[in-house]
Design a protein around this ligand. Structure first.
Ligand SMILES: Nc1ncnc2c1ncn2[C@@H]1O[C@H](COP(=O)(O)OP(=O)(O)O)[C@@H](O)[C@H]1O
Ligand SMILES: [Mg+2]
Length: 283
């Protein structure tokens, strides 16, 4: 098991299956490790102890950073780094770090209470998007087209959430319905696809079904991606851009990105690109 890489995830999904198959062709030894049965934290983090590295593929938006933190503390290398995972898991942290570094992001307001919500709506008038600070797979990302329904939507945030789930962002609705998914391995932009909403849902999330096509690299996109990597360091990322009249902005960065849709739109063998990178990293 000495040079085996642990693929830590809640299940072997399409991506993990592709990673396992690609690794076999590269002479890289990998093993799926269930992220639900680790009980990490003893001095050696024994359940990951013998692995050459941990590839964090947990779909949960809380597990990845926690697992990577204990693994790194036990000197087990993690892909991505703890700091990159933690930045990506928190939409506010990521936006703040990128904006401070001069990388364009959407305007936003942090909403922790109904009074924040009212103030945010006064400053950023509808249509706006209300989304959880900690979230993923497009869940609860809500388009508020009109001010008149906004407060009844906020009732759900207030009544059904706890503090952690209530933390939200309000941001302008960047219409157009399309976004770019830039897939990065190491420092290299290996594939770019444009996502469109499939029509039945306003969101264009890969997890919700959508239409995609490959697009060519444009220098503006490369510059933004380089700016993101200057902040996060190199790694394996799905960087989502929205087109605006003033150019692209970074909506979010996924630290354990799905790649089925990007791979099928572009024909790029993303699993092999990741496998090669992991092999280089473990030396
Ligand atoms: N400000 C926005 N303007 C337009 N569409 C948005 C906006 N924010 C989110 N969306 C849509 O909702 C989807 C999910 O939102 P996102 O911020 O990516 O959260 P998640 O982490 O849940 O994927 C996006 O892929 C996009 O289609
Ligand atoms: Mg998303």
């Amino acid at each position: 098991m000495e040079r085996t890489v642990a693929i830590v995830a809640d299940r072997v999904g399409w991506e993990e299956r592709r990673l396992i198959d690609a690794a076999a062709g590269l002479g890289l030894s990998v093993e799926w490790v269930n992220d639900e049965s680790l009980a990490l934290g003893d001095q050696e983090s024994a359940s990951l102890g013998g692995y050459a590295a941990v590839l964090v593929r947990s779909r949960s938006y809380t597990r990845g950073g926690l697992i990577a933190t204990v693994a790194e503390a036990a000197r087990i290398p993690t892909l991505n780094t703890v700091s990159a995972i933690q930045a990506c898991e928190n939409k506010l942290t990521l936006r703040a770090q990128l904006r401070a570094a001069g990388v364009p992001v959407p305007d936003f307001r942090l909403v922790l209470s109904r009074r924040d919500f009212e103030k945010a709506l006064a400053e950023l008038p509808p249509p706006v998007v209300l989304k959880p600070v900690f979230g993923g797979m497009g869940k609860r990302v809500t388009l508020l087209r009109d001010a008149d329904s906004a407060h009844s939507v906020y009732d759900y945030v207030e009544d059904l959430g706890h503090g952690f789930e209530q933390a939200s962002l309000i941001e302008p609705y960047l219409a157009g319905g399309s976004s770019l998914r830039c897939f990065v391995v190491g420092r290299e932009l290996v594939a770019i696809a444009e996502f469109h909403s499939a029509g039945t849902d306003w969101r264009s999330n890969a997890a919700l079904g959508n239409r995609n096509r490959a697009v060519d690299l444009d220098p503006e996109v490369q510059k933004i991606v380089d700016g993101v990597l200057d902040v996060l360091g190199e790694g394996i990322f799905g960087i989502d851009l929205f087109a605006t009249p003033d150019g692209y902005v970074v909506n979010e960065v996924n630290h354990a990105p799905a790649f089925r849709a990007v791979a099928s739109a572009t024909g790029v063998d993303i699993a092999t690109a990741i496998g090669r990178y992991v092999r280089e990293e473990i030396g």
